[in-house]
Design a protein around this ligand. Structure first.
Ligand code: TRP
Ligand code: SF4
Length: 400
């Protein structure tokens, strides 16, 4: 019934690195050609943990958007915006907070984990507990169908599904729902009404998902239905009330784990990153000074790629022939470590060159970035407003 929207957000952590590129941005760049995509800076989420230093957040925000653009996120295809500029997220968050059980929030695994991990600050706050609910509002306010995120965010999307279901259950009921749904079906003509009635029964009695899909397709193809009728029919087909909010699904990002310069996960807090806008000389220096298999003390000592942090980089950047060359050369001491690293340096610089170039245009003229985000905010606000109209109506909040 609703278009298949993709939505994802990132907290503004400042300049991004190769780990973000391979883990997230490459995926966004692909998705933007396949679906209507919304990508946003989750600056409010940053404040849930960094509320003592709000000044950093805004600068990080612009740096991050430049990196998105540099990586190939295309504002003519995807909508880019900043969470705090769309007040509807906050309104939906507030309304959802009325019905979100405390126990659900306390049980989200990131809640206790993060509180225990980030011991340098006080996270026994209302906002931090509400982190996943704010994320639910981000997703639900656009009726997003797919949420591309990494493993760590899966519980938040699961939580969002539960919140959506609870909302639809509480507020999707209306006086005479069944009759209204049937009347809506009649508007499709007697023949089609009978057909979708049969498909509904097949779905409800036998769980036949194909039947549900066919019925939904018939509703989608029907021009003369109002939005309210469509929502009713959609809910009725599944045996429930009106579907006001859409239950989202995770699009798990399958990405090679890009290790950092020291072999640990690439992360800013470990200081082992290569930034997306890193200068070529810096890339070369960082790779050349990377540690290697500790057993290779002298050039003549054979090594083992499995024990070397350079090896995972070859797995991302080198083809089978080059990887063969590494394994043979390393284990027989046929190549030196600098020989081994050179193709990695070249591959990374080749990957980063177009990004640096794209970024430069935005750094030369920052108003370009501001305009892109202003456009994106405007588009996002329109979509969010549509959902909020339905939400307010469902909750008895649309005053004349
Ligand atoms: N919590 C996410 C993260 O830390 C960021 C985020 C906020 C998000 N709102 C979202 C991701 C909505 C997807 C959808 O990465
Ligand atoms: Fe690592 Fe390559 Fe040196 Fe082997 S030759 S230890 S894989 S850098």
């Amino acid at each position: 019934m609703y278009e298949t929207r993709v939505l994802s957000g990132m907290r503004p952590t400042g300049s991004l690195h190769l780990g973000h590129y391979h883990g997230v941005l490459r995926n966004w760049v692909r998705l933007q050609t396949e679906y209507p995509c919304l990508f946003f800076v989750a600056d409010w989420h940053a404040l849930t943990t960094d509320y003592e230093n709000p000044g950093e957040v805004q600068k990080n925000c612009w740096d991050m958007v430049v990196d998105w653009l540099a990586a190939g996120v295309d504002p003519s295809q995807a909508t880019l915006f900043i969470q705090s500029q769309i007040a509807e997220h906050a309104e939906l968050h507030l309304l959802l907070s009325m019905m979100a059980p405390l126990g659900w929030l306390e049980r989200v695994p990131t809640y206790k984990d993060q509180q225990e991990k980030l011991t340098d600050r006080d996270l026994s706050t209302y906002g931090f507990l509400g982190y996943p609910l704010l994320q639910s509002a981000d997703i639900l306010v656009y009726r997003a169908k797919y949420v591309p995120v990494g493993e760590d965010q899966v519980p938040h999307v699961e939580f969002t599904r539960e919140v959506a279901r609870r909302f639809n259950h509480l507020y999707g009921r209306e006086e005479g729902f069944e009759d209204k749904a049937k009347a809506a079906a009649k508007k499709m003509g007697t023949k089609k009404a009978r057909l979708i009635n049969g498909l509904r029964t097949t779905f409800l009695e036998q769980g036949d998902a194909e039947a549900l899909k066919r019925a939904q397709a018939l509703v989608d193809g029907q021009q003369n239905l109002s939005r309210g009728d469509r929502e009713r029919l959609y809910g009725w087909l599944e045996g429930g009330g009106k579907k006001i909010l859409v239950e989202p699904e995770v699009l798990l990002t399958e990405a090679p784990k890009l290790t950092g310069l020291d072999g640990q996960k690439m992360s800013k807090s470990y200081g082992n990153t290569i930034a997306l806008r890193e200068e070529p000389e810096v890339v070369a220096r960082k790779i050349r000074t990377m540690p290697t298999d500790p057993a290779r003390v002298k050039r003549g000592d054979p090594g083992n790629p499995e024990k070397c942090p350079v090896w995972p980089l070859h797995q991302v950047y080198s083809d089978a022939a080059r990887r063969d060359w590494v394994v043979k050369g390393c284990t027989t001491a046929g190549i030196g470590c600098l020989d081994c690293k050179q193709p990695v340096i070249e591959a990374i610089n080749a990957e980063l060159a177009p990004m640096r170039e794209r970024a430069q245009a935005y750094l030369d003229d920052p108003t370009l970035v501001k305009n892109i985000v202003a456009d994106g905010c405007e588009k996002a606000r329109k979509l969010a407003a549509e959902t909020m109209r339905d939400v307010r109506e469902a909750m008895g909040l649309s005053y004349p």
